[in-house]
Design a protein around this ligand. Structure first.
Ligand code: PEP
Ligand code: MG
Length: 579
């Protein structure tokens, strides 16, 4: 059963559905385990218990936490066992115990005594620095566990219910995600966070089924059964056996898509739609090739330099670009010049404070203000191209484009400058509505356009793509966004110029079909999304794609566009040809 059919069936059912933003296309089911919130610091109030009773409570809590940490370590084995055993030893450290006891003797509560003693020990460790300093975070973790035990509440952090589970959290911090055991976490559901939150990025990278920003999930309780349907962006609470069986069937057909033979991207009628990879470092290229990327549709060069305080040298850039180009001999590689600003500030390009950085000196605007940096980057790209021409495998087909282009004049400026450096194929990203509306003029000048749907959606709906509170606006299915994409597609057809899509929208298998119907000639995405998109394209002809796109364009909002496309797609789906 396809996601579209599944959604149709669900419409007639009465079970509870929580809405959020789905990441990818996966579906998973299981019991939930909540990530407990960090504990509020205990108040410095006088204990109502006798010293003996308060001391006994603390001893019991410390011992229980130590035994639990040891048991978890024994279960985890390997390096995790060493870490957890060390934490158990911290819990029962005699120096710490003496510190706690002195506070209990002064009439403090067990919670406050533990909090205060561990905090002062923490400060001593931090002052020592080095390895011991790094153990300060372990101390915090142990203190939180003991205090949670004293309060009779769940310990904060990633839960460990002892079986696979669907993790429900407010949002995940990078430190939490580092600890995720992907064998145990069946899916992620967050109550906050949008499609570009840390959780969403992790889920996409690791192919974890996820729905983010599902505010209703705050009422779910541990052990409750859910289906997490990322394709539909819903969490189904207490599903029936029938719904569980349908979810299983879908999970199985996704697994089949993942193991289907890797073919070049094409529609059911053979229309070619090259499937390309979005990359941020040359090291990701090999995996992209393995997953069937036919080239690179977006190489985000700014990712190479996010932690640099000074501009990269021509030499270091040339080395990185040469490494990238040599992985794709004979294939198209679209490199974007530095897109600095807003969500990706580079200290050497964005030094001034701006109230609204997304509307400020970012992308090509920032490069133009520091033209020497742009010129050096174009030099490095031209040199890398020349270097790979001398190799046995031969060069890649290098295309270069500028981000955040908002005028025809900027298009003329960038393409002429890049050509001066000998770069043959030069184009622009369409991420600002003004560029989409003027695509016919822009494509008279540029060799190609690549639509960045993440920013195009942000600027069309006037909703900060990083802000959880407006995440529901950040939906590329919105018909206003689709109409702008149609403009660019039509301009590409008239001018005979390629129009690629390189925003997250291309990774949504049904939206990918719509984008092709609107005139996109290539689709570029995170490599993990290639299999789903490849399978989806193969079930529709170009006529189908155009009809499905028309259905989506005629809708009033993103949700109805998605539904209309699902309905139109269900009625036209072609069984993929047997191979
Ligand atoms: C986009 O805006 O869609 C895009 C591809 O660029 P980035 O996500 O890097 O801003
Ligand atoms: Mg962008």
């Amino acid at each position: 059963m396809t996601p579209a059919e599944d959604a149709q069936q669900r419409k007639s059912s009465t079970m509870t559905e929580l809405r959020g933003v789905g990441i990818g296309l996966g579906v998973a089911q299981g019991p939930i385990a909540r990530m407990a919130e960090p504990l509020a610091a205990p108040k410095d109030v006088k204990s109502q218990l006798s010293l003996d009773d308060e001391t006994a409570r603390v001893r019991e809590a410390v011992a229980a936490v130590a035994r639990e940490l040891e048991a978890r370590g024994a279960q985890a084995g390997g390096a995790a066992r060493d870490v957890l055993e060390a934490q158990a030893m911290i819990a029962e450290d005699p120096t710490l115990e003496a510190e706690v006891d002195s506070r209990l003797a002064a009439g403090k509560t067990g919670e406050f005594a533990v909090h205060d003693a561990f905090a002062s020990f923490r400060e001593q460790l931090v002052a020592l620095g080095g390895y011991l300093g790094e153990r300060a975070a372990d101390l915090d973790d142990v203190a939180q566990r003991v205090i949670a035990r004293l309060r009779g509440v769940a310990a904060p952090g990633i839960p460990d219910p002892g079986h696979p589970f669907v993790l429900v959290a407010k949002d995940l911090a990078p430190a939490d995600t580092a600890l995720l055991d992907l064998d145990k976490v069946l899916a992620l559901v967050t109550t906050e966070g949008g499609p570009t939150s840390h959780t969403a990025i992790l889920a996409r990278e690791k192919s974890i089924v996820a729905v983010v920003g599902a505010a209703g999930a705050k009422d779910l309780v541990d052990g409750q059964s859910v289906i997490v349907d990322a394709a539909a962006g819903v969490v189904i609470v207490d599903p029936t056996d029938d719904e569980k069986a349908r979810a299983l069937t879908r999970a199985a057909s996704r697994a089949a898509a993942a193991s289907a033979p890797i073919t070049d991207g094409a529609l059911a009628d053979g229309t070619k739609v090259p499937l390309l990879a979005n990359l941020g470092k040359p090291g990701g290229a090999a995996e992209a090739v393995e997953l069937g990327a036919e080239g690179v549709g977006l190489f985000r060069t700014e990712f190479l330099f996010l932690s640099s305080s000074s501009a990269p040298t021509v030499e270091e850039q040339r080395a990185a670009y040469t490494e990238l180009l040599s992985t794709f001999p004979g294939k198209k590689v679209v490199v974007r010049v530095l897109d600095a600003g807003a969500d990706k500030p580079l200290p050497f390009l964005n030094d001034a404070h701006e109230e609204n950085p997304a509307l400020g000196l970012r992308g090509l605007r920032a490069l133009r203000a520091s033209e020497d940096i742009l010129r050096e980057q174009l030099t490095a790209l031209a040199e890398a191209d020349a270097a790979t021409r001398k190799t046995e495998a031969g060069p890649a087909d290098l295309w270069v484009m500028a981000p955040m282009v908002s005028t025809v004049e900027e298009t003329r400026y960038f393409t002429a400058l890049a050509k001066d450096y000998g770069l043959k194929t030069t184009g622009v990203m369409v991420e600002v509505p003004s560029s989409a509306l003027l695509a016919d003029r822009i494509l008279q000048i540029a060799d190609f356009a690549s639509i960045g749907t993440n920013d195009l959606t942000q600027y069309t709906l006037a909703a900060d793509r990083l802000l959880g509170s407006v995440a529901s606006f950040q939906d590329p299915w919105h018909p206003a966004v689709l109409r702008l994409i149609r403009e660019v597609g039509a301009a590409g057809r008239t001018q005979g110029k390629p129009v690629g899509i390189c925003g997250e929208a291309a990774a949504d298998p049904l939206l990918a079909v719509v984008l092709v119907g609107l005139g996109a000639t290539t689709l570029s995405m995170a490599p993990t999304a290639l299999a789903d998109v490849r399978a989806s394209l193969l079930t529709h002809t170009l006529d189908d794609a155009r009809r499905i796109a028309e259905a989506a364009l005629a809708a009033d909002d993103a949700a109805s566009a998605r539904e209309a496309a699902q309905a139109a797609s269900t009625s036209s789906e072609t069984a993929p040809a047997a191979s």
